[in-house]
Design a binder for this molecule. Structure first.
Ligand SMILES: Nc1ncnc2c1ncn2[C@@H]1O[C@H](COP(=O)(O)OP(=O)(O)OP(=O)(O)O)[C@@H](O)[C@H]1O
Ligand SMILES: [Mg+2]
Length: 365
């Protein structure tokens, strides 16, 4: 029997339609080995998605497509492993050697829900099986320790060569906050170099170990300090959070320009406080207007990652230190955050593969 080649298998796989797998992510590199023995057929695949994206439904699609394309086979087995791709960047390798990707959650305007999105994005990525860290880089008001119910300080761990801080952990994510460096209630006037110095310390002096994603909750605005920070952090990409009203959208545009200036790709726009559903009547109210974030994404030619409603449970979860994406995973809100997280993961993977992979157009083996 003629051997079946990797590229034939890849061509078959490209026809798979699934909400969790963007077929553009499938490259010849994904297919590790193809073994054909008489009537048995085994394919080993490594998909660049978080583990939870590989559902039984998806596994069956792989088997079915092989059966329908190579009908003469009796036994078909597909082994699927997952591996999040890594952003190749020299500065990142130096500052954060075990961290595959870094994401800034930013906004132009304050109070639009950056920290809420950053926390819930991190939790949603972790729920999908990714290893996730979160750095609260908001020098104006670090709020993540409160939002994750953490009130201890990080421990310092002394190894023979140097002292390293151990990140705190809750809800499956690791955390460092600028809040750990200052006393509660004491206002600190940060200057750009101080702020970037503190954030640099979080990258080099913290024992992050291996992470698929390190999320940075940024301070609001697009001034000097923010610019210094985005130049200090080796960023894979940024997410911009906005509310639907014009004042917020204007500032979101400025945010996008800031990232463009320093060549950091904008992975997409999240619209927060998109609408309110009255719990008693179920009626939808567009408190801050409607469609602003989506229109902005179109105008700026970046992906629209999702719209999050106003819900008092989101605020209460934040105040009580229990993120909604963790506490109430079946809520529409948590589902939206999960979709946002998967879109972010896909955007990052696509960029990483585009950066490194040209094999998709090559021949066999
Ligand atoms: N979708 C939402 N529904 C209800 N409350 C929300 C929602 N998003 C955020 N909030 C609440 O709004 C407040 C501001 O949100 P958050 O702290 O996340 O904004 P921020 O952009 O990080 O603010 P800052 O610019 O001050 O850092 C918080 O009390 C939060 O719980
Ligand atoms: Mg914040």
């Amino acid at each position: 029997m003629a051997e079946i080649t990797k590229s034939e298998v890849l061509n078959a796989f490209k026809k798979i339609e699934d909400k969790n797998l963007n077929v553009n992510l499938l490259t010849l590199n994904s297919i590790k080995t193809v073994e054909t023995k008489v009537n048995d057929f085994v394919v080993n695949v490594v998909l660049p998605v978080p583990p939870a994206a590989v559902t039984d439904e998806l596994k069956n699609k792989f088997v079915d497509i092989l059966k329908s394309n190579f009908g003469r086979l009796e036994k078909v087995k597909v082994n699927i492993e997952t591996k999040v791709t890594s952003h190749k960047d020299e500065k990142k390798e130096r500052l954060l050697p075990g961290v595959k990707n870094t994401i800034a959650v930013a906004s132009g305007k304050g109070g639009v829900g950056k920290s809420t999105v950053a926390v819930n994005l991190a939790v949603a990525l972790a729920r999908d099986g990714a290893k996730v860290g979160l750095i609260d880089a908001d020098i104006y008001g670090p709020s993540i320790p409160l939002m994750l119910g953490i009130n201890e300080k990080p421990k310092v761990y002394q190894n023979p060569k140097s002292a390293k801080m151990l990140p705190l952990e809750n809800f499956g994510i690791k955390l460092m906050s600028i809040g750990f460096l200052v006393d509660d209630g004491t206002p600190v006037i940060w200057r750009g170099p101080m702020a970037s110095g503190a954030v640099k310390q979080f990258m080099t002096d913290v024992e992050w170990e291996e992470l698929d994603y390190l999320v940075f909750d940024m301070p609001p605005g697009t001034g000097d300090i923010q610019l210094t920070l985005v130049q200090t952090i080796p960023l894979t990409g940024a997410i911009i959070v906005t509310t639907p009203q014009e004042v917020s959208l204007i500032d979101a545009r400025k945010g996008l320009k800031m990232f463009n200036r320093v060549n950091v790709p904008v992975l997409g726009i999240v619209e927060n406080m998109s609408f309110f559903i009255a719990p008693d009547t179920g009626k939808q109210y567009d408190i801050f207007g409607t469609g602003g974030g989506e229109n902005l994404a179109k105008e700026l030619e970046v992906p629209f990652l999702g719209g999050i409603p106003i819900n008092s449970k989101i605020r209460i979860g934040g105040d009580q230190g229990i993120p909604m994406a963790f506490d109430n995973p079946d809520s529409d809100y948590a589902k939206t955050m999960q979709e946002v997280a998967r879109k972010v993961a896909t955007e990052i993977n696509l960029r990483n593969l585009n950066d490194t992979n040209v094999e998709i157009i090559l021949g066999d083996e």
